[in-house]
Write a protein of this length. Structure first.
Length: 600
């Protein structure tokens, strides 16, 4: 009997162990699956968040820097467009002075002709600086680079500005005349410390570093001023990839286990914005949350295991009640697992719907990009048409000016003719005086002939003819005076009409000139519109790229949710198996009790 009792106790202990591990194994499986899934999803979310944050930050810094450089580029374009049509030194000097007044990030605006100074060329500088005798602008790097670039904005190597003592970079653009030949180069010095201040105002994270470098890797801005143009970013960075590929001009974001990196070219310049920092700046707090969650799950598993052990130890007192309770709890676990599986399926369907929405949004962004590209082409066509209009108006202005000069010459000729008519008046008056004298002489001769009698008869006839001729001359001069008066009135009327026409021509000249200026302004606006449309197209393309990255992340999350659904189904199956085991154990306990009763 003692041996049978010991055997029975050993059998009960084996059943208890099997029951214990049968309950603990699913719990440990759920804990491990939940921790693994949470870790995977958290890493994916962290990587996506950090990538989005870096893309946004580098784009914002690039936008801020370009916003401060835009006035310089616009003024260079405006000067080049105006200087292409004018060679007047005083006008160009005034234009340089005016354009330099609103440049916050520059201390010098200048223009040099294509003719060297020693051959009679000119060099104009906004502050009135007079170049020394050995200065030759055509030999400078900024001049040669701009001539080689043929209309594109170029950036020279940085140098230490003698006036401000700061690091400066010459930005230049060639000026091309209507004949297609280079007339000169306009330039502007950018103070790099002011652009660096824009970068220093932005903080990505506590230990991150932001700097501006050139295409050779030298620092143009750095928190340590001793490194500027003396140290290379490429010698100090922790980035382990191909640096040539890294600095190929494209915006990039890279994240490894320890650090994050981002790079972006500043507009069309040979400069780059680089960002670098430890990943722990972003992941530290969330990592603590993940660790806390995993520790809580492990503690929960341990507590549940201890409770199971205590429960098994009490099974000898109330195995039947424990079996029934275990059966009920297992039933609840099965229901909860099925509900969890249904919830996971709903989440998977929701994520798939989000993925479909993002795909539609991506297609819409590409459509918008195409439309804006068409708008950019229309704006460029408008700019070309306006340029043709400006050329036509300039030709009309020149023709009106020629008409104005010809009309002025006509008026001058009429005034000279009027003066000559005035001299004719003097001649006519002289003829009248001569006729009056002849008439008096004829009258005296007639008196003398009458006193002479028959001997003066012939002389009287001559005197009568002279007096008759004098009367005819006087009548003729009267008619000449009337004709001269008519000519003089017509001349005065013609002069007045010509002067009125001159005023109208002058008004038309001014109107055409003003219209030309307005068309020039419209041309500049059209060019700015075309450039802005191109920028918007680029931004939308970047947004499309970001949407594609979001879409990839969502697909990864969807795959994770599907994996979680499969794991939940497995848990439900395991719970059902536990329920069957508890039911079998309960039946076994009942059969043992019945066997004991029959033996008694």
């Amino acid at each position: 009997m003692a041996m049978k009792s010991d055997f029975k106790n050993m059998s009960t202990k084996k059943k208890s162990r099997r029951l214990f591990w049968g309950m603990l194994a699913p719990l440990l499986t759920v804990t491990i699956a939940a921790c693994s899934f949470f870790y995977y999803v958290s890493n994916a979310i962290l990587k996506y968040y950090l990538t989005s944050e870096l893309n946004y930050s580098v784009q914002k810094i690039n936008s801020d820097v370009m916003e401060r450089m835009e006035p310089i580029n616009v003024n260079l374009e405006n000067f080049a467009n105006f200087a292409a049509l004018s060679d007047d030194g005083s006008v160009l000097q005034a234009l340089v002075t005016i354009l330099s007044q609103n440049l916050e990030y520059s201390n010098s605006f200048y223009y040099g002709s294509s003719t060297p100074l020693h051959r009679g060329g000119n060099f104009i500088e906004s502050s009135g600086w007079v170049p020394p005798a050995d200065f030759e602008h055509t030999e400078r790097g900024w001049y040669k680079d701009a001539v080689t670039a043929r209309g594109k904005i170029t950036y020279a190597d940085p140098y230490l500005d003698a006036l401000s003592g700061s690091l400066a970079v010459a930005v230049s653009k060639s000026v091309t005349g209507p004949d297609g030949k280079v007339k000169g180069v306009v330039g502007c010095d950018i103070l790099m410390d002011k652009l660096a201040a824009v970068v220093d105002e932005i903080e990505i994270s506590k230990n991150s570093k932001i700097a501006i470098i050139n295409d050779q890797g030298y620092y143009l801005s750095n928190a340590d001023s001793s490194k500027i143009m003396k140290k290379k970013y490429t010698d100090e960075t922790a980035y382990s990839g191909d640096l040539k590929e890294w600095m190929n001009g494209e915006q990039k974001v890279t994240i490894d286990k320890k650090n994050f990196y981002a790079i972006c070219r500043i507009g069309n310049s040979p400069w780059f914005i680089v960002i670098e920092g430890p990943v722990v700046d972003f992941t530290g707090q969330l990592a603590n949350v993940i660790i806390t969650f995993e520790i809580a799950l492990i503690i929960f598993s341990i507590v549940m295991s201890v409770l199971n052990i205590l429960t098994i130890r009490k099974m000898r007192v109330g195995e039947q009640q424990l079996g029934a309770s275990l059966y009920e709890e297992t039933q609840t676990l099965v229901v909860a697992a099925k509900e969890n599986a249904a919830t996971a399926q709903d989440q998977s369907a929701a994520v798939k719907e989000i993925v479909a929405t993002m795909e539609d949004s991506n297609a819409l962004s590409e459509n918008i990009s195409s439309k804006i590209h068409d708008v950019s082409k229309v704006a460029e066509k408008t700019s070309s048409d306006v340029a043709d209009g400006v050329a036509s108006i300039e030709q009309n202005v020149a023709q009106l000016h020629a008409i104005f000069d010809a009309n002025q010459q006509t008026i001058e000729g009429m005034k000279v003719l009027s003066e000559r008519i005035e001299s004719i008046w003097d001649i006519v008056t002289l003829i009248n005086n001569v006729a009056d004298q002849a008439k008096i002489i004829a009258f005296n001769a007639e008196l003398e002939a009458s006193s002479a009698g028959e001997a003066g008869k012939s002389f009287r006839i001559v005197a009568n003819e002279i007096r008759r001729l004098s009367d005819g001359i006087i009548d003729g001069t009267k008619e000449i005076k009337e004709r001269i008066n008519e000519i003089q009135h017509s001349s005065d009327s013609l002069i007045l009409a010509s002067e009125s026409g001159t005023e109208k021509i002058n008004e038309g000249y001014e109107n055409a000139k003003n219209l030309g200026e307005r068309f020039a302004s419209i041309k500049n606006s059209a060019e700015v519109t075309a450039a802005s449309a191109g920028d918007i197209t680029e931004i939308i393309q970047q947004q499309t790229t970001a949407s594609e990255q979001i879409l990839i992340a969502l697909k990864q999350i969807s795959a994770g949710v599907e994996n979680f659904t499969v794991a939940t189904d497995n848990i439900s199956s395991s719970s059902e198996h536990i329920r069957e085991m508890s039911e079998a154990m309960n039946n076994s306990v009942k059969s043992d009790e019945e066997e004991n009763k029959s033996k008694k």
